[in-house]
Design a protein around this ligand. Structure first.
Ligand code: FUC
Length: 777
């Protein structure tokens, strides 16, 4: 017996060592509040890539908002205007003649989607699933020691307090084990009393069946009202007395109550009812401790791949609302906040998307309304792309696959759209998409006619290849990339003044300009962003076709066209990058979109060492745009400054992004920041800024887009004293650990699956080193 015991101990120790060597365990990270959430944006986000929970921690009445990433109204539609291409020559001629305002009128008539577009019922909306309402029988005026915490490392939240000498504790998580959400209530005396109900604003019916609470509903599909269906089931395990009344579950005299919440929608699942029941029944059978352990182990498999230490500070243990207030004044007293924000970005990704499902939408997975802002959809002129920018360096590359699937499913409709509007080959998506594969232009020319959507998505797809060099993956995405390049290749048209090949009509996302005749317009030929996207995409498709040894003729065609794309223009005399093909006067010089710096990021066409004059022009562009903006815009600027390798300015932008925001109304100008639960505020809440912020911190710590790995290329003086990073990725299938002191790298290790020669810049010197083999890289 003893022998067996020591043997298994040894085995356990061995296992622990090997787990440690693949996992760079992050020291515990959490944030907490000393009171319940007063607004939803103060509640704690939990998710398992499909199901989401945001408990508000109310003492006597607790609301827990429920989400399912697949819950969408609307339905597939064909909103292509198949006659649109007929007006293309006239639109192009008007633009060529400098009559962009007249061209815009024509675009608004013929070159938009058919029907109401994104404001229509068929287009749909990502919606909240509803609210789990927990009514306790507690006198909240007597509460002390209240604490509400989100534990990032365990993907678990807790609420605890003392009342009348009794300790109450609540634990919440969306299990990565049995794919249900779980809420566990405990008290150190058997006097827990609770009523449990479910509701939502519309389209729901609750009932009790076999002692379980259920909610069923069907959303609007925009045609006959019979859209997506869902079934939510709630069951309870307790040591107390369980009853039902009306459409509620009641428990009393309990010291422990475990609530299981299961939900399935009919999204790609005809058996959703049976599956909702199956998930619930199998979860109930497991004991709580092993379910929780399984949940944590599965979550940590991804989360623990990266650790970051930038130090801590006197304010790091304060409640999060106070930390945020203090950070703006004195970031040196909370060096842990950037680490928390970075890891929170990774946490939110793992929690809001899952292989085989959907990418995070504008709100990730978390929405508390039926009419979610901007339909909670997928915007293609920065937002959904930004949602994925941090993933590669953050060692979560496989979380790009749901986006790859989304894009793949857009291609068939995108091919119809390419034919309908441009009589072109290949596929195009414009500015917005949904889970139903929408690719048509939006309903208004000023924002809906962007040609950039599909090409920009291809940048995300390509980026995963650059980091992994996985040739099988390249084979899978190549038809998508090629189809996108085919589109641009067949629509490029000569710019009348000099024959440059340009897109037309298009816009620089959501921005507009003044024409020499004093009229305002957005419609143009060859906005800088399109030129950058086409240049980058063609290069990537050329490289892919060489690697895969296919499509030589097409490759030659792209090579020929590449040479005729417009060069990036710098405005004289102020030296900024020009946003449009002509030096038009901007209507809004501080506009939130900074699309003409696409070449600086996410592309690598502009770099401080490779193209110093353009880097300088980018810097001037950013100075004029200013640091403030919507949440995602601040995050984008943070990334830009990191790419310009200005660590202190990147640090300033991070402070700007971490400024506390209360307002939830929509604003488009300055005023972005974070809500106290660290959700980024556009305002309103929009998750792209969380992911963009994490990407920015990633770019401050490591870059690899210039043909070599660059360690700490853009950290602020504040972080220089000491720091360490483990498990981050670089292009070429590399994984790195490194540490620094006084701004100088003191140790570094480079790993890869097979030994490789790696170029790496360390303390300003470009070195050639051999990587160490690590199978799990
Ligand atoms: C684009 C942006 C807005 C917002 C919306 C979801 O329209 O210009 O700022 O992020 O997407």
């Amino acid at each position: 017996m003893k022998n067996l015991y020591t043997k298994s101990l040894k085995l356990f120790a061995l296992l622990a060592i090997s787990i440690q060597s693949v996992n760079a365990q992050q020291k515990p990270l959490s944030y907490w509040f000393a009171q319940p959430a007063k607004i939803w944006e103060e509640s704690l986000p939990l998710g398992n890539g499909r199901l989401g929970l945001t408990p508000d921690g109310g003492v006597n009445e607790e609301k827990i908002v429920l989400n399912d990433i697949t819950l969408w109204s609307g339905s597939p539609q064909d909103a292509n205007n198949y006659d649109a291409y007929k007006s293309l020559p006239q639109i192009r001629q008007l633009i060529a003649d400098g009559k962009n305002d007249e061209a815009q009128k024509l675009v608004n008539q013929n070159f938009v989607c058919k029907g109401p577009g994104s404001s229509g019922g068929q287009w749909g909306c990502f919606q909240t699933l509803g609210t789990l309402k927990l009514n306790y029988d507690l006198d909240e005026t007597k509460v002390s020691d209240y604490k509400r915490t989100l534990l990032l490392n365990d993907a678990t939240a807790t609420t605890s307090f003392l009342l009348d000498g009794v300790n109450y504790k609540r634990e919440y998580f969306c299990s990565f084990g049995n794919d249900v959400a779980i809420v566990r209530l405990t008290a150190d005396k058997p006097q827990l009393k609770i009523n449990i109900g479910l509701n939502r604003e519309e389209r729901f019916k609750t009932s009790i069946r076999d002692g379980k609470l259920e909610m069923y509903g069907q959303l609007d599909n925009g045609t006959n009202g019979k859209g997506m269906e869902y079934l939510t089931k709630v069951a309870v395990k307790t040591d107390g007395v369980q009853k039902t009344s009306g459409n509620e579950l009641n428990v009393e005299k309990a010291s422990v109550i475990t609530i299981y919440i299961s939900n399935k929608t009919s999204f790609r699942d005809a058996d959703f009812r049976a599956n909702a029941n199956r998930l619930l029944n199998s979860a109930i059978q497991k004991d709580y401790a092993s379910e929780k352990a399984n949940h944590i182990a599965k979550f940590q498999k991804l989360f623990n791949r990266v650790s970051l230490d930038l130090g801590t500070g006197a304010n790091s243990n304060l409640p999060i609302n106070e930390r945020l207030l203090n950070y703006k004044q004195n970031p040196a007293l909370d060096l842990e906040l950037p680490t928390l924000f970075y890891q929170f970005g990774r946490y939110l990704s793992i929690s809001s998307t899952r292989m085989g499902l959907l990418p995070p939408n504008l709100q990730g997975l978390w929405a508390h309304q039926i009419k979610t802002p901007w339909n909670g959809d997928y915007h293609l002129d920065v937002n959904v792309q930004m949602n994925h920018w941090h993933l590669e360096t953050a060692n979560l590359g496989e979380l790009n696959y749901p986006l790859v699937d989304l894009v793949k499913n857009m291609v068939p409709n995108g091919e119809k759209t390419a034919k309908a509007y441009y009589n072109a080959k290949g596929w195009i998506a414009h500015i917005i998409t949904n889970v139903w594969g929408f690719t048509e232009p939006g309903e208004s020319a000023s924002w809906g006619a962007s040609n950039a959507g599909s090409g920009w998505l291809c940048n995300n797809l390509w980026s995963h290849y650059e980091f992994t060099k996985d040739i099988d993956y390249l084979k899978k995405i190549y038809p998508i990339l090629k189809g996108s390049a085919e589109f641009y290749s067949s629509v490029l048209t000569p710019y009348p003044k000099n024959g440059w090949l340009v897109t037309s009509p298009s816009v620089s996302p959501e921005n507009s300009f003044m024409l020499p005749n004093g009229k305002q317009a957005a419609i143009t030929m060859g906005p800088t962003i399109d030129n950058h996207i086409v240049r980058e995409l063609f290069r990537n498709v050329i490289e892919s076709s060489e690697r895969l040894k296919v499509d030589e003729t097409f490759r030659k065609q792209l090579e020929g066209q590449l040479a005729q794309l417009p060069p990036t223009a710098i405005i004289a005399p102020d030296g900024r990058i020009q946003e449009w093909i002509e030096d038009y006067k901007e209507t809004e010089p501080k506009h939130r979109h900074i699309s003409h710096l696409y070449g600086l990021f996410p592309a690598s066409l502009i770099t401080p060492s490779g193209t110093p004059e353009y880097a300088e022009a980018a810097r001037k562009t950013l100075e004029v745009r200013g640091d403030d903006g919507t949440g995602w815009s601040i995050a984008y600027k943070l990334i830009f400054w990191a790419r310009l390798q200005d660590g202190n300015r990147a640090g300033t932008l991070l402070q700007e992004l971490l400024k506390p925001v209360i307002s939830t109304g929509t604003t488009y100008g300055a005023g972005g920041g974070v809500y106290t639960n660290l959700f980024v505020a556009h305002p309103p809440f929009q998750i792209d800024g969380n992911f963009g912020g994490a990407a920015g911190i990633g770019e401050m710590l490591i870059q690899s887009h210039e043909g070599f790995v660059n360690l700490i290329p853009a950290i602020p003086d504040l972080w220089k004293k000491s720091g360490s990073v483990k498990g981050v990725k670089a292009r070429g299938g590399l994984e790195l650990d490194f540490a620094w002191q006084n701004g100088q790298i003191t140790t570094y290790k480079v790993f890869s699956k097979v030994p490789a020669n790696v170029k790496i810049k360390v303390n300003g010197k470009l070195l050639s080193v051999k990587s160490t083999t690590k199978i799990n890289t």
